[in-house]
Structure formats: C-alpha cells, structure tokens
Design a protein around this ligand. Structure first.
Ligand SMILES: *[C@@H]1O[C@H](CO)[C@@H](O)[C@H](O)[C@H]1NC(C)=O
Ligand SMILES: *[C@@H]1O[C@H](CO)[C@@H](O)[C@H](O)[C@H]1NC(C)=O
Length: 516
C-alpha cells in the first residue's frame, strides 16, 4: 500500500561530498520550524488527556465512544471488527489511559478526529495524532511510519519513559536508515516485513491461501497457442527502473539468450494491447484484463525493487495467482514461504543469465517438467507447514473487511506492551525493587537489516564510475548509516535541538573520512 511517498529519496541521490550540503540546504528551504511545540505554558488541567498539557477536545474521545473505524489500505469501511479480546476488561476512563502518539502525519488508522480510545486484547489506550501531548507523562509511545521517518526531524529530546515504535511494511529502499544497527536500534517495537520483527508483516501481500489456487492456470495448450501467436516465453513488466536491486541490468543480459516481452517503461520492447494497462495504478490493482495478460505467459520475471530477507510483494504472489511461473529475485529466504518446494524458479540458483535462459528454454520445450511448477494449484498442493501455520495464526486480513487490519493490529500490540510495562513498573515501585524493573525492548538488526545494494549483474568493480545506480543507491545506503549514527549520538547526549543534526553529521563524516 502506498501510505506515503518516499519523500526525501531524490534528495539523497547525490555524490558524497555534496550530499551533506544539499540535505542541509533543503532543510533550510523548508524552514526549520520546530516540530515539537513547547509544552510548558500551554498546559492546563482538562481534556481527555487529563491535567498538565492541553489535549484535543473532550468531545473527540468520550468514554464509551464507538470503536475506531478501521481504515484499511485500500478502502475505508466501518464494519471491520476490533481487536478487543476476553483479556480486556479495562474500566479506566480516557484520562487514565496510556497515550500512543502517531508521529507520522500520513498514518493514523482512525477516522474521524485526531484522538481515539482503542480497545485491545489486553487493555485500552488513547491513540492520537495531537503532537501537543508529546511531553506528557502519560504519552508512553511514539509511533513512526518508516518511509516518512527522517533523522533530522526526529522528536528530541527523547524522553526516557517513552518508547518508539516503527511501522514499515514498504520497500527497504524507502528508508535505508532502518537497515543499519544504529537506525533500527532507535526503536523499541517493530512491525516490518521481516519474520524477526515484533509484529511481522511478511505475508502482507498474500490475501489468503486460496488466492494461490482459486484461479486455475491457463492450459498448456492455450499457452502454446499464445507462443505460436508470437508471445515470448518470458514476461517482464516494470516501470520503476532505477532501483537498488538493479534488476534491469540482469534482464538486459538475460534478453540476449531468451525472448522476453517487456511491456513497462523499463527495457520496453512491446506495447500493451490496451494503453489503459500502462497506467501503473492499473498494475497495482487486480484488473482482470491485466491479470489475463500475465496468465498467458509461461514465466514471469518477478524481481523486487530491493533485496532483503522476507521482503516479498505482489510481484511474487500475483503470477502464482494467475499461474505464470515466477522467475524470482528478492527475498533470499523466499522458499520458506512457498506452497511447496517446486513452485518458483530462483534467479540466484543459476550461475549466469545464460544458464537461466537455457533452463527456461528447456522447460518451454518439456511440458511435463514445466507443469510440475504448477502442481501446487491442485488439490492438497500446498504442503509447506511453515506457510500453513503462519497463515493460520495471522490475526489480520489483507483487504478483508471481516478482519482487522495490520495497522490497527500493531497499534494494539504496542498498547498491550505499554500497559504491561506500566504494570511491571508499578510492581517494581510497590515492592521497592524486590520485583525487578521490566527489561527494555530494543529492536535488533534483524528486524530490518537489509544488505547493501549490489549490482543486478556482474561485479561492482566492472561498473563504470558515473553509472546511475552506483551513484545513487550505494551513496544512499551508506549515508543512511551516518544519519542513524548522528541521531543515536544526539539521543545519547540528550540533545534537544534538531537543528544540531548537521553538526553531528559533520563530525561523523569527518571521522569517517579521516579513517579512510
Ligand atoms: C527503548 O530503546 C532505547 C534504545 O533506542 C533504550 O535505551 C530504552 O531503554 C528502550 N526503552 C524501553 C522501555 O524498552
Ligand atoms: C534532557 O534534556 C531535557 C530538556 O532539554 C531536560 O529537561 C532533561 O532533564 C534532560 N535529561 C537528562 C537525563 O539530562
């Protein structure tokens, strides 16, 4: 889902010496307005947040208000169920509840109004976007959307009683800060595409298991017919060409050895039968004409825009839905999630594009061997226990109005954790330390931890200086490490002026260049 654009991306795409200046100047252009208003002076008793700081109007969140309207990625609906569970008999009034502050303005899974009482499986919280409660003692967690998180805009000083929660289901390329230890280590709760994260979203693009089987593949006779009418065995369809995975470089090489029909803006060699299909918004919906086009092909080059364990998108699942065999590069651990052990072809299993082409050509000429890749569509074809179990225990739905969505799910996950921490802290205090204080939760590298971008084909030494991909993505990746270090250092020093970010960056930059 596109909940927010990768705002500062182009900004980071510059050479190493000028990058710093460019970022700094763009910040000044936008004006360094303080994002955190001073709390002192405007704080009075009252409001649903109760005492100390002025919050949203009482009317915004009265006790017993209807549960939040679930705003799903694709459509808003008022009928999706909530997460309230048998463990929640929370009778506290709104004024007593812990507050979760959604810091990223683009993301707030409630409607209407800026504040909502949420009823979660084990307890309740107040969720809000009202930044005036930032320094409030009851504000226990700040929630961030990964794509929008900028080190130079982080709310400082960081308060010891507040945790940071990260929601990032989009591509790692949207924010490489989170792929480095200092960056991810800023957070206490995570929901990312990685199975290791606290609230994993790995199967976010798979609506349900039936999605893999519901739609039968075209018969082999039909596909052979399409081949005779001039379709290539392999389909490629991409309009975003300059991406960290550098996929075009690979496909360009592959095209020397096997016929590939490329419809999108990248390496284009064939026009869509209907121009309507070239609209990328069509490509992200399940348009029936679009799906039919894909289904005519034996193979679909399914290559993610960035490489990271468990980062899998519709590029993988959609061809499986329509019965075109994915020729895949993306998550190195993709096989763990597949319906059986023979349903996709992994690009990296082959020494070279030439060898891959030879294998695809072999399958093109050997129907029995080809059809083995579609056996998961048959009865009992989904045999992978790991996939079955993970789908079974998933508590949220994908575009499914009968299930809660993962954004609200994660919000409740944080709410439950914060209520548990409150209880544990009280116990600790009440027993004068006999019961130990709660252990901190700190996100691990593996909650995102995506590797540096590597060339789609060939060795990095062989790629000439000035190459667009090399200039852009390697710089972006490593510059993000500096940014994470700068922000960690600021927090370590209890820094409260965002504007000093550039001083910290400068220090880190100097340290690094001296070392080299
Ligand atoms: C939250 O994470 C920070 C590190 O970024 C850590 O210092 C702090 O103790 C953690 N807080 C809790 C309550 O786990
Ligand atoms: C951190 O800074 C804030 C505001 O500048 C101050 O109120 C607070 O006492 C400081 N905390 C520590 C541990 O020094």
């Amino acid at each position: 889902m596109a909940l927010g654009g990768p705002g500062g991306r182009a900004l980071l795409a510059c050479c190493c010496c000028c990058c710093f200046a460019l970022l700094a100047s763009s910040l000044t252009e936008r004006g360094e307005r303080p994002l955190v208003p001073e709390a002192k002076g405007q704080c009075e008793a009252g409001g649903p947040f109760g005492g100390r700081c002025g919050g949203p109007e009482e009317a915004a969140a009265v006790d017993g208000a209807a549960p939040g309207l679930w705003v799903a990625a694709a459509a808003a609906s008022s009928s999706a169920p909530s997460f309230r569970g048998p463990g929640n008999d929370d009778s506290r009034s709104n004024r007593e509840l812990p507050i979760l502050l959604w810091w990223s303005g683009s993301l707030f899974p409630h409607f209407p109004g800026p504040t909502e009482r949420i009823e979660c499986p084990r307890g309740s919280c107040l969720a809000t976007t009202d930044r005036r409660v930032r320094l409030h003692r009851r504000t226990r967690a700040l929630l961030f959307y990964g794509t929008d998180f900028r080190a130079y805009e982080a709310p400082l000083p960081r308060l010891a009683h507040q945790t940071w929660a990260l929601f990032h289901e989009e591509s790692p390329m949207n924010n490489y800060l989170l792929s480095h230890r200092p960056g991810i280590g800023l957070f206490n709760h995570t929901a990312t595409f990685r199975r290791e994260s606290d609230y994993p979203l790995s199967l976010q693009w798979l609506p349900d298991l039936a999605y893999l089987r519901r739609r039968p593949a075209l018969s082999l006779a039909q596909k052979e017919g399409e081949r005779r009418r001039g379709l290539a065995p392999v389909l490629y369809m991409q309009s975003h060409c300059d991406v960290p995975s550098d996929r075009d470089r690979y496909v360009w090489e592959l095209m020397k050895y096997i016929q590939v029909d490329s419809y999108g803006g990248c390496l284009n060699n064939r026009e869509f039968p209907n121009m309507r299909l070239s609209d990328t918004s069509t490509a992200t919906t399940e348009d029936s004409e679009f799906m039919t086009l894909i289904s005519k092909y034996k193979f679909h080059l399914a290559m993610e825009n960035a490489i990271c364990p468990d980062y899998m998108t519709e590029k993988l699942w959609r061809p499986m839905h329509v019965g075109a065999v994915p020729v895949y590069r993306g998550s190195p651990s993709v096989q763990d999630w597949m319906p059986n052990d023979h349903s996709i072809i992994l690009i990296d299993d082959f020494e070279s594009p030439k060898e891959l082409a030879e294998y695809l050509d072999f399958l093109d000429r050997n129907p029995d061997e080809y059809m083995k890749y579609l056996e998961y569509k048959g009865r009992g074809g989904i045999t992978n226990q790991f996939l079955l179990e993970n789908m079974e225990k998933r508590e949220w739905g994908v575009n499914d109005m009968t299930m809660p969505n993962y954004l609200n799910g994660f919000e409740c996950f944080v709410c439950d954790r914060e209520n548990a921490r409150l209880t544990a802290e009280r116990e600790h205090k009440r027993t004068r330390g006999k019961v130990p204080a709660p252990e901190p939760h700190i996100a691990q590298f593996t909650h995102m931890g995506c590797p540096p971008p590597a060339p789609g084909y060939g060795n990095i030494e062989d790629i000439p200086a000035g190459d667009r991909w090399k200039e852009m993505w390697l710089q972006d990746y490593w510059q993000s490490l500096d940014q994470g270090e700068a922000l960690s250092a600021m927090i370590h020093h209890n820094e409260s002026h965002q504007g000093r970010f550039w001083d910290y960056m400068h220090k880190i930059f100097m340290k690094r260049t001296q070392k080299n």
